[in-house]
Write a protein that binds this ligand. Sequence first.
Ligand code: KIV
Length: 265
Amino acid sequence: MTTTRIRQMAASGEPVSVLTSYDFTLARLVDEAGIDIILVGDSASNVVCGNTTTLPITVDEMIFLTRGVVRAAQHALVVADMPFGSYQTSEEEAVRNAVRMLKESGCDAVKLEGGEDVLPAIRRMIAAGIPVMGHLGLTPQSVNQFGGYGLRAKEQAEADKLLHDAELLAKAGCFSVVLEKIPAALAAQVTEKLTPYHCATIGIGAGNKTHGQVLVLHDMLGLNQGFQPKFLRRFADMGNEIKSAVQDYITAVRDRSFPNETECY
Ligand code: KIV
């Protein structure tokens, strides 16, 4: 999978499937299942590290996690999130960190949050040969500014700004833009606007008119049991599967039925 192919899919209306992964074993399963893009999201800060926000995760930690995913991906394009603080301080710092992400993790592209504010950094990255995925709408790295994780761009002014930012990102050369938690009608409008640029919109909580969809793997597998926003469909109940398997193991250890004769040397 390449960014060129993702652009073709956006142009021809072929849906793009995206899931997060943060480690070799799960990424291999996701890749073998045929996903188009694996996103090593900074949601790793929550689901892997147990933080309450995405803010604490570092470039070094993202590189460490992404390496395992890259080793697993035989087919999928691997996109890694640039963590909070790695691209906001200066354009030079942004390009240096993006170069590190590609060089040290082997990922194919980076994703970063924001519109016009981060455009100079995005332009420099693209000029340096680094494919960039944008991210608009609910941008979790700005949670302290937003004051929560609610729906974004409900008001016309914010919707207009989002449309404007999306077009700027596409014009700057982003091959794709994530649209998180915005009204479906607005996401459809953005998608129509970005199609001529062959820039794929990837929605999460943004309706079904975007070019593609993304979910956090742990959420859609039912591993993250406390989290149930309206947009999340659970495609499996792995949380309860795992608990039940672990309980069976504990019982088998306690009653000495494990290991049995065929499981001994
Ligand atoms: O970090 C992440 O997992 C993301 C997706 C929710 C798009 O940014």
